[in-house]
Design a protein around this ligand. Structure first.
Ligand code: LMR
Length: 337
């Protein structure tokens, strides 16, 4: 059958337009846009769209606008969104419990130790574990070290006794709070402010940036700068989607991710420092540092957590983290000589 010339031209134009439709990446996350993760996601969007000359469009959905913690992982697996950056503490319910090693208190004493883990074979092997879940791990992004907040002053481990403390969905964080005598309660990030306001929880642990941008400091009377643990992210994509990308697009996106990762990991500390200042200036929360004696008491109370959680996250993995941390400290000592 011969097509009428006008109809054929319209068909051609429509198929050309279809061929030019950009590939859309929905990137959902739970923090506000003005956090280390929010800014990292925005940077990735800008870099990815520029590198692919518009063949890829990245739509970022911050602040649990689309999905909460657990739902976002399900949405990624189903292909309803293509990218996420959940905290490393949130992969347990998915069946990848090894990431919870990052939640062991004091296991990574510095950013140098963290870099050694994330950029070396240990971090790469952890990301690989996601593949059996239909997820590809693209990068690690920093948030920062965690502090404790509550409506009661917290200086000594004994001060946690009976406190209802919100945690992320990590069994290691559960063990940590129990080691302190607290009563851990899992709440989605988007529900923490209200949980604090209504007394569902007494307190929580988080980074200054998360505390400040969620306004938790307005509903918490005390904050203890303890730096006892870390929040970081695995930037992940739906594996079927990622593997089906045209190779030149994937290469461009890999490059954009490398650059966005450098950016995110550069600004994270400054963002947290500024947020801590903001919390102090707001004057609603009394902020205190731990004395050396108090720090020692926290460490002593929390050290047993390593043994408690070894059957869950794996002793060899804990040992590998401890080795990397020791190597980073040795390097730092050598450099300062
Ligand atoms: C939390 O739930 O407290 C954090 O994981 C939120 C985030 O993504 O930083």
């Amino acid at each position: 059958m011969k097509l009428k010339p006008l109809f054929a031209a319209a068909l051609l134009a429509a198929s050309a337009a279809w061929a030019q439709e950009p590939i859309v990446i929905k990137f959902s996350h739970v923090t506000t846009a003005d956090t280390p993760k929010g800014k990292g996601a925005q940077k990735f969007k800008e870099l990815a769209e520029a590198a692919t000359q518009g063949r890829v469009k990245v739509d970022v959905y911050p602040n649990s606008q689309l999905y909460k913690d657990k739902e976002e992982l399900e949405a990624l697996q189903m292909g309803a969104v293509q990218m996420l950056a959940p905290s490393l503490s949130k992969f347990g319910p998915l069946g990848v419990k090894e990431f919870e090693v990052y939640d062991i208190p004091y296991i990574l004493p510095s950013k140098a130790a963290l870099r050694r883990v994330n950029e070396g074979p240990v971090g790469k092997a952890l990301l690989k574990k996601l593949e059996t879940k239909g997820i590809v791990g693209l990068a690690y992004w920093d948030n920062g070290f965690k502090e404790m907040t509550s409506n009661k002053p917290i200086a000594q481990p004994a001060d946690f006794r009976g406190q209802k403390m919100r945690i992320q969905s990590s069994k290691v964080l559960d063990a940590q709070m129990r080691a302190l005598g607290a009563n851990p309660q899992v709440l989605a990030f988007s529900e923490v402010y209200q949980g604090m306001q209504t007394g569902v929880v007494d307190g929580s642990e988080n980074t200054p940036s998360n505390i400040y941008t969620q306004k938790m400091h307005e509903v918490q009377k005390y904050m203890t700068v303890s730096d006892h643990g870390y929040i970081g992210y695995a930037v992940i994509a739906n594996k079927r989607f990622w593997d089906a990308l045209p190779p030149d697009i994937r290469t461009a996106l890999d490059g954009a991710m490398r650059e966005a990762t450098r950016y995110a990991n550069t600004i994270a500390q400054q963002e947290n420092d500024a947020a801590l200042e903001g919390i102090k200036k707001a004057g609603k929360t009394q902020v205190r540092e731990l004395s050396p004696q108090e720090k020692a008491a926290w460490r002593k109370a929390l050290l047993p957590v390593q043994a408690t959680v070894a059957p869950r996250v794996g002793k060899p993995l804990i040992d590998a983290f401890n080795r990397e941390a020791a190597a980073a400290e040795a390097e730092q000592r050598a450099a300062s000589r």
